[in-house]
Write a protein that binds this ligand. Structure first.
Ligand code: SF4
Ligand code: SF4
Length: 139
């Protein structure tokens, strides 16, 4: 997200190597931790959709939508850089997605199968379904 001007926090040379800008190609929001079988089925329905993943970070659950921001230009720069939202302003290259190992998540479910296997291995809810073999929603 830090792409046009240098600042104390931003290493623009790093951003220039990050193609396309990882941090401008998704958004995520927190969700309630699943507690019962219906909660898990609801998450499995959500992750059955394209470009959706689910992750756990320090025991908190999130949904991630892998979707390019409309303001990310073909040259990998932000079209509204001077007026970008605070979440973009506060994003630092020091601990960003480019340098992080899988974002540092505790768990990252990238497919229906990922979540199904987690549920089978970590809960007492009986899901008889075997993994589908459908490929991940994201890299
Ligand atoms: S993920 Fe990091 S390196 Fe890539 S554009 Fe965003 S801040 Fe820059
Ligand atoms: S507003 Fe700009 S910096 Fe923020 S996500 Fe979109 S392209 Fe990236």
């Amino acid at each position: 997200m830090a792409k046009k001007t240098k600042s104390k926090r931003d290493d623009t040379s790093q951003c220039e190597k990050c193609l396309p800008a990882y941090c401008c190609n998704y958004f995520a929001f927190g969700i309630d931790e699943p507690e019962d079988r219906r909660d898990y089925e609801s998450l499995m329905w959500k992750i059955a959709h394209e470009n959706v993943s689910i992750y756990i970070y320090r025991k908190d659950w999130y949904i991630m939508i892998h979707n390019r921001c409309n303001f990310l230009m073909p040259d990998n720069k932000c079209a509204i850089y001077d007026h970008r939202p605070y979440m973009c302003r506060e994003h630092s290259t020091e601990s960003c997605e480019y340098t992080g190992d899988d974002y540092g998540f505790t768990e990252h479910f990238k497919s229906y199968d990922d979540l199904l296997i987690y549920v089978k291995e970590n809960t007492n809810f009986r899901f008889k379904q075997e993994p589908t073999g459908i490929p991940p929603n994201c890299l």
